[in-house]
Ligand binder design. Structure first.
Ligand code: NCD
Length: 313
């Protein structure tokens, strides 16, 4: 199995075959994670450093668990913007890291492009765990695995991504991935939350939930990302819920067997009704979390194989 990339910085550079390779390997890890002995020595001897310059619950926990299950030495560096505040440049951070000889570096950063920059300065495989509003590749991959398992395929599906698209790296990575795998992507939300130049992405845009959800196979809800908004994007949360919040009435427009997704963290009663989020017949939100660990194990395995091959050469 060969994965021709030194880093996982985004979905953009991946070919459909790369995506399938990660998902197929992740399937094996789903089975491993459900078994009693969840350990394999695939990353034994390697050091994984997680650097989150922005808060995270599930993504950081998931990467940590993924590394530990594969036998890496995993360290979490508590960045929480502290070194950013002290004005340390990314270049200084890279030099510090190089001195510690990591093999896998997992980075989340509030600035779009920061993870790519870091990858150019360190001598290890870098995984982007979310950079600004740019990309969040492992989220799109875990979403893809969740869809593939629920629907039995990952092509020719109709998928509605709803809500705050403009501020969402999850939306960006998903639009890229689902497009590469030949699905039809619809974006649904208020015009104020649609990114500029969205037409270039080959998607259909709707500002009405009922029209946007009509006949879709997958409904993917996104959080209103307040921390990235500087003022009047929505009238009020109540009004937003009324028009764009996913409730039973709006979901009824989707296919009868449509699944409901959300990357978390959820704002219940803002973008999604709590009962729908918890409905095990429709919601695959917990499956997404489960797939997250498996997908991260797969991505790190493939990157580590490449790293070992390059070092041996
Ligand atoms: C997302 C993120 O951080 O981009 N969350 C996640 O990784 N599960 C989405 C969000 O913050 O709304």
């Amino acid at each position: 199995m060969s994965f021709p990339h030194a880093h996982l910085l985004g979905i953009e550079p991946l070919a459909p075959g790369d995506i399938t390779a990660i998902l197929d390997l992740a399937e094996e890890y789903v089975a491993l994670n459900r078994s009693a002995a969840k350990h394999r020595d695939v990353l034994a001897g390697l050091t994984q450093i997680n650097m989150f310059f922005e808060a995270s619950t599930r993504t950081q926990a998931s990467f940590e668990l993924a590394g530990k299950r594969l036998g890496a030495d995993v360290m979490n560096m508590a960045m929480q913007a502290s070194s950013l505040k002290k004005g340390e440049t990314l270049i200084d951070t890279a030099l510090t890291l190089n001195a510690m000889h990591p093999d896998l570096l997992v980075v989340r950063h509030p600035h779009s492009g920061a993870v790519d920059l870091l990858a150019q300065k360190v001598r290890c495989a870098v995984l982007n765990a979310g950079d600004g509003r740019h990309e969040h590749p492992t989220q799109a991959l875990l979403d893809a695995l969740t869809i593939r398992r629920a629907k039995g395929r990952l092509h020719r599906l109709s998928i509605a991504i709803c809500g705050d698209i403009a501020h969402s790296r999850v939306a960006r990575s998903n639009i890229l991935l689902l497009g590469k795998m030949e699905n039809r992507v619809r974006l649904v939300g208020p015009p104020t939350l649609m990114p500029a130049g969205i037409a270039e992405f080959g998607v259909e845009v709707f500002d009405d939930m009922k029209a946007g959800l009509e006949g879709v196979d997958v409904v993917m809800m996104l959080r209103l990302q307040r921390e990235r908004m500087d003022g009047g994007f929505i009238p009020s949360e109540r009004e937003y819920y009324h028009r764009y919040g996913l409730d039973a009435e709006k979901l009824a427009y989707a296919k009868e067997d449509a699944i409901v997704m959300h990357p978390g963290p959820m704002n219940r009663g803002v973008e999604i009704d709590g009962e729908i989020a918890d409905d095990i017949n429709r919601s695959v939100i917990q499956d997404q979390v489960e797939m997250g660990v498996a997908v991260r194990m797969a991505a790190m395995t493939l990157l580590a194989e490449g790293l070992r091959a390059r070092r041996a050469a």
